[in-house]
Design a protein around this ligand. Structure first.
Ligand SMILES: NC(=O)c1ccc[n+]([C@@H]2O[C@H](COP(=O)([O-])OP(=O)(O)OC[C@H]3O[C@@H](n4cnc5c(N)ncnc54)[C@H](O)[C@@H]3O)[C@@H](O)[C@H]2O)c1
Length: 377
């Protein structure tokens, strides 16, 4: 018999939807010991919150997250609000003894992130940061193949995350979704928004990063601000490219931009080892590219593994072999792993502490872009 766990979710935008969908699906497919119940939704906009509660089936509505945190009937606080709110909400949620799932990036910078880590660890509350791409089955399979030593010594890590939605100079900054262009709310541009995903995956698959050298550019220097109505300087990085050295001796290149015409959300990575290589592409997310030099030469080549079999990560919980799943399922897996971590006492990663490592790399990247020199992480 499952025990209920009440969710209070803050922020009913894009991520509010992916997380709500995950809470609704997780019990049916994963049968966790703890069964999430959609208890309360919170947003600064009452109209939005009411409509959201109706769509997703939340029992109640709040417009002030402090009131949500004060409620005794809330067990998990799920933070799906813009980056500049993560610290304050998470610190208060920890003090209130709530379990916390927080959207990425953990914080605006490392100093804030460290405070959040200290707060959740002092309170002893379960915590997780939503770097969901780890839980795309093909990416989880990549982790398994690397951990089994199939690639041998790793020489290269290559990641890109490309978009094209900010090319127009008419696009304003600030407000719903467009807060990403306002550094006061976002902290940084593509570094914290997109490269943070690439860095999290890289640290998970290939271990820690020792040092970085970076360049960033802001192609459009001023944009109208939706909230002030004035034309204001743009302080985010529109594009960022950096080189990195991992502690295991491998070399890496990372690139992200919102100015790659033709690309909407192209996250790819490739890892080259002594014995084998791996490649993954978000646009074909259920496939893992794998090349094994140990194959007989007459059949040696890149294979495209269709990750749908029951013995491949997470897939035994879904349909039958050959039938694939998609983007939203990575959030279902995230909730399933979080609930299992709470039930078993073996926390799912990335915890706040794990995500702080990504924050440190992001900060080192931005510092190197400013100084023009290599920066140790
Ligand atoms: N894991 C991922 O792949 C992924 C993808 C997109 C966004 N994100 C992260 O998720 C977070 C939210 O992004 P989004 O795209 O959902 O944003 P969004 O703009 O779509 O939604 C944010 C919502 O939060 C509400 N809000 C803002 N301040 C609030 C406050 N103080 N109290 C209550 N509600 C508040 C807004 O009204 C809005 O409804 C960000 O940290 C972002 O970096 C992660």
């Amino acid at each position: 018999m499952s025990k209920p766990l009440n969710v209070g979710l803050i922020g009913c935008g894009f991520m509010g939807r992916t997380h709500s969908n995950a809470y609704r699906k997780v019990y049916s497919f994963f049968k966790p010991e703890l069964k999430p119940a959609l208890k309360a939704i919170c947003d600064v906009s009452a109209d939005k919150a009411k409509a959201f509660a109706d769509t997703w089936g939340y029992e109640s509505v709040e417009t002030d997250w402090k009131k949500l945190l004060a409620r005794k009937d809330i067990d998990i606080v799920d933070i799906c609000t813009p980056n500049n709110t993560h610290r304050e909400i998470a610190m208060a949620a920890a003090a209130a003894g709530k379990m916390i799932i927080c959207e990425k990036p953990l914080a605006m910078n490392t100093a804030e992130g460290q405070e959040m880590v200290d707060a959740v660890e002092k309170a002893g509350v379960p915590n997780l940061v939503s770097f969901n791409y780890r839980r795309v089955p093909a990416v989880t399979l990549a982790k398994k193949l690397i951990d089994e030593g199939r690639l041998g010594k790793i020489f290269h890590y290559r990641a890109v995350f490309l978009q094209d939605w900010t090319i127009s100079s008419d696009l304003p900054q600030g407000g719903d979704a467009l807060w990403r262009l306002d550094a006061k709310v976002a902290g940084s541009g593509v570094t914290g928004d997109l490269l943070a995903h690439c860095i999290d995956t890289a640290l998970w698959l290939n271990g820690s990063i020792r040092s970085v050298t970076a360049m960033t550019e802001t192609f459009i220097k001023e944009r109208k601000h939706n909230i002030t109505g004035k034309v204001e300087k743009v302080n985010i990085d529109d594009a960022c490219a950096f080189l990195a050295r991992f502690s295991n001796g491998s070399l890496a290149t990372f690139e992200s931009t919102r100015y790659a015409r033709g690309h909407k959300a192209l996250y790819t990575f490739e890892i080259n080892g002594e014995k084998a290589s791996i490649a993954w592409d978000l646009h074909d997310l259920h496939r893992l590219g794998y090349f094994d030099h140990r194959d007989d030469s007459i059949v040696r080549g890149w294979r495209s593994i269709h990750v749908t079999d029951g013995d491949q990560p997470y897939m035994g919980k879904w349909w039958v072999p050959g039938l694939q799943i998609g983007y939203e399922h990575s959030f279902v897996h995230q909730v399933a792993d979080f609930l299992e971590g709470v039930a078993t006492g073996r926390p799912a990663s990335p915890t706040f502490r794990d995500a702080l490592e990504t924050q440190k790399v992001c900060d080192a990247v931005l510092e190197s872009a400013r100084s023009g020199v290599w920066v140790d992480v």
